[in-house]
Design a protein. Structure first.
Length: 133
């Protein structure tokens, strides 16, 4: 397995786990039964402020995964693997992890910087696909 695919799989796993603290907050704020019955629309239901931010961070992670994953898969299909692409996938993973944490705890500048690092990593992967690097 290539380094790029390995980090893609880790990124998918991490993104899939971002919902866990949000659901745990629901259990604390709303109670277990309200959380598991799942029959009420999410609009205007209580969450802790950090969990509201975590949910937005999770949504953003999913939106960006829709760009990251195809780029990595295209690199794999085209047998493109360079030091730059390997560094980019690692940078993307940690940028998204930092983004989730700092967004959840409410660090505006940290959130923006982490997002930017992830975006630059994505652009690096796309640049490699286009033969720019």
């Amino acid at each position: 397995m290539s380094v790029e695919l390995h980090w893609l799989i880790l990124t998918v796993l991490m993104t899939a786990l971002f919902w866990v603290p949000i659901v745990l907050d629901r259990m604390v704020v709303r109670g277990l039964w309200s959380t598991i019955q799942g029959t009420t629309a999410e609009v205007n239901l209580p969450h802790s402020a950090w969990a509201q931010r975590a949910r937005r961070a999770h949504d953003n992670a999913i939106e960006n995964l829709a760009l990251f994953a195809p780029a990595v898969l295209a690199l794999h299909l085209l047998h493109i693997s360079t030091e730059a692409t390997r560094m980019a996938v690692v940078a993307y993973f940690f940028a998204r992890l930092v983004h989730f944490v700092v967004y959840s705890i409410g660090v505006p500048l940290g959130r923006t910087l982490a997002f930017t690092v992830g975006w630059i990593a994505q652009m690096g992967l796309i640049g490699a696909l286009l033969g720019w690097f």
